[in-house]
Design a protein around this ligand. Structure first.
Ligand code: SF4
Length: 405
């Protein structure tokens, strides 16, 4: 596709004329001003694809072989289960944080059969602390779906992508690493590398910009060495082309990087447009008795579905509600520090109320647990509950009025 002289991009972008030439040794991509008006996303994608050249992939591959990561626990295997697990854990989580979770999870669920046979509670517990628990629920659901379908992990990109919790880029990475298939990836790191190298303006979460980046990612794919190339793009984004202060001096793409040439590495890719999210508020009851805390299982679906949480409570009617719901008389109610927590579509202000009660002598009820703070920290709890537990841990057992035994 790339070459000197004019290139008319046909097919999906039939009326965009793209000229690719050398200007004092620098690559130039320009839209033909005389071309008929086209949607901006098409123009962006066309210019991005036209900017691709074969040496890009070769430089990434050569760099990866020398400077990339080769000994992560999920590398040097073709087992799609292990690769899939790592790709899901690595979503929104750094490698260093993932490694111990990955190893513990695999020790507990060494293969698809073991994961599919586990209870959701056991899976969430093994995930506890990694956050974004929807990933664990989807992983579990996907394992069950694969086993229900005969037990073999799917081999085609489409079938992998059809599993719960697996998007296009994750499916492509799994197929590349497990089967050596040639598919384009576009995770957050890769978006950053491509947006900078090709000076793609606009927020990468915006549809037209994302389409342009996908077109580019596909156009850049090498014919061979897909594993090293895919890993190399990921490593470049994680090790050199980082969000702040990228290590351009050591980058194999520096000679052709437009953001570096234009001194725009600090502004590309464009930040998410500021959006004012609605604010909600809730009270959580941190009820303790006999050195233990009451946790309730959150209903699914819903926020924190399936996780163990302090009960939500109406602060105005605290003693009556606690008596009605739990049969417990409370005393020594104390306000703890406010916790702000962000969700995709709203912000939640949490006001925890610490209350001492007398634990009823009856047996545990389904969906409720009494746990010590240490045990609760090891359970599948959402991040704000973890923060409250860390605040309380150590203090609670010695708090005035707390019963022992
Ligand atoms: S030269 Fe710098 S900005 Fe460009 S791709 Fe490399 S690290 Fe990223």
């Amino acid at each position: 596709m790339a070459g000197c002289g004019g290139v008319t991009v046909t097919g999906r972008f039939p009326r965009v004329r793209v000229r690719l030439g050398l200007l004092e040794g620098k690559k130039r991509v320009e839209l033909d001003r005389t071309a008929p008006e086209v949607p901006r996303s098409a123009a962006l994608a066309a210019s991005a694809a036209a900017g691709a050249d074969a040496s890009f992939a070769q430089r990434v591959i050569a760099w990866q072989r020398v400077h990339g990561r080769h000994d992560l626990p999920w590398q040097n295997t073709r087992d799609p289960y292990r690769i899939w697990l790592s790709e899901i854990m690595l979503q929104q989580t750094q490698v260093a944080a993932v490694v111990p979770y990955y190893q513990r999870f695999l020790a507990r669920f060494p293969d698809l059969q073991a994961l599919a046979a586990a209870s959701e509670d056991a899976v969430l517990e093994a995930w506890a602390g990694l956050g974004y628990y929807a990933r664990a629920r989807n992983l579990h659901a996907a394992a069950k779906a694969v086993m229900a379908g005969g037990g073999g992990f799917p081999r085609s990109l489409e079938a992998v992508q059809a599993l719960p919790g697996i998007g296009r880029s994750t499916a492509a990475a799994i197929c590349a690493f497990a089967y050596g298939q040639r598919h384009a990836i576009l995770d957050g790191n890769v978006k950053r590398v491509l947006a900078r190298h090709f000076a793609i303006d606009g927020y990468p979460g915006e549809r037209r910009v994302e389409q342009a980046l996908w077109a580019l990612s596909e156009a850049l794919l090498p014919q061979t060495d897909i594993e090293a190339y895919t890993q190399g793009l990921m490593d470049l984004g994680a090790q050199l082309c980082v969000r702040h202060s990228p290590g351009c001096a050591a980058c194999p793409l520096r000679d052709s990087c437009l953001a570096l040439r234009q001194q725009r590495t600090g502004e590309l890719p464009a930040a998410r447009p500021a959006k004012v999210l609605p604010q909600r508020e809730t009270h959580l009851l941190v009820l303790h008795a006999d050195g233990e805390l009451l946790l309730e299982k959150r209903p699914a679906p819903g926020i924190w579905g399936g996780l163990w949480c302090f009960p939500e409570i109406d602060a105005e009617q605290l003693p009556e509600q606690v008596m009605a719901r739990f049969g417990i008389a409370v005393e020594h109610v104390q306000t703890l520090g406010v916790i702000e927590h962000g969700f995709t579509h709203f912000r939640l202000r949490i006001r925890p109320l610490l209350a001492q009660g007398v634990r009823p002598p009856r047996a545990e009820q389904p969906g409720r647990l009494w746990l010590t703070p240490a045990d609760a920290l090891g359970a599948a709890v959402p991040v704000p509950v973890r923060r409250i537990l860390l605040t309380l841990h150590g203090d609670l057992l010695t708090a005035p009025g707390t019963r022992s035994g």
